[in-house]
Structures are given as structure tokens and as C-alpha cells.
Design a protein around this ligand. Structure first.
Ligand code: THU
Length: 136
């Protein structure tokens, strides 16, 4: 993936983060998902007073893209952190989101992270090796 695409995805994830609804954790996350045909779907975390309905930014982006008819994905950028300060740590996806990614993506799917200064690009296989699958 070229650096322009990386930068665009990070920028879109940062923009999406501004739409987060996170009054309980005060931790906002944005995600930008690139499909194989070049479309970008974004998401932000949406929390609930009863906690368990909370949905992560990554799943909002995935479910939006899937519902729009997409099944092939290339990369996702994730920008997240406390609302008390500028983003200064990497925000890797949680285990639930990794399992959702592995439902639709191959091991070489790229997960792009930033701490506001530098970037990391990790393969889904690195983040979730030996993942569960029904082999369908
Ligand atoms: N969260 C995400 O949206 N994505 C992640 O990768 C990790 C955590 C959200 C869930 C919850 O609203 C808040 O961040 C704190 O856990």
C-alpha cells in the first residue's frame, strides 16, 4: 500500500473519531476501512449506559461496508485514545473485532495504527494467529 493511501485512511479514521459517542469511557475511536474496489467506509465507537451493547469503531465500519454489499477488504486504519489529550498511543483492535475481521479477511489484511507520531502496519495474521474458523 502506498503512503498516500495510508495517510488518507488515517485521516479518515481521525475524522470518523470525531463522531464517537463515548460518554462512559471517555475514550474515542475512529476507523476507516478500505475495500478491494477502493471504497472507504468509516466508523466510530458507540457506547451504551448498559455497557454490553457498546460497539467498537472497527465493527461499525465493517458492518456498514458489509451491509452496502462489500465482502473484500484490504486494510483498516484505527485512531483511538483518551479524550483528555491528543492521540498519543496505538489503539490495536480488541479480540471481538479481530474475530469479525477474520470472518471476512485473509491473513494479509492490513491493520494500520498510529500514535499521532508514527505508524504501524500489522497483518491480521500477526494480531490473531491460529484464529478460530469453521473452515467454511
Ligand atoms: N474501542 C474501539 O472502538 N475500538 C478498539 O479497538 C478498542 C476499544 C472502544 C470501545 C469502548 O467504547 C472504548 O473504546 C473503550 O474501551
Amino acid at each position: 500500500m502506498n503512503t498516500d493511501t495510508l495517510s488518507l485512511l488515517i485521516q479518515k479514521a481521525a475524522e470518523a473519531r470525531t463522531k464517537s459517542y463515548a460518554p462512559y469511557s471517555d475514550f474515542s475511536v475512529g476507523a476507516a476501512l478500505l475495500t478491494a474496489d477502493g471504497s472507504i467506509f468509516t466508523g466510530a465507537n458507540i457506547e451504551s449506559a448498559t455497557h454490553t451493547p457498546t460497539v467498537c469503531a472497527e465493527r461499525v465500519a465493517f458492518f456498514s461496508a458489509i451491509h452496502a454489499g462489500h465482502r473484500d477488504f484490504t486494510a483498516i486504519a484505527i485512531v483511538g485514545g483518551s479524550n483528555q489529550r491528543p492521540v498519543d498511543t496505538f489503539c490495536p483492535p480488541c479480540g471481538v473485532c479481530l474475530q469479525v475481521m477474520s470472518e471476512f479477511c485473509k491473513g494479509d489484511f492490513s491493520v494500520i495504527l498510529t500514535d499521532g507520531k508514527s505508524r504501524r502496519v500489522l497483518a491480521l495474521d500477526e494480531l490473531l494467529p491460529h484464529r478460530f474458523s469453521l473452515g467454511v
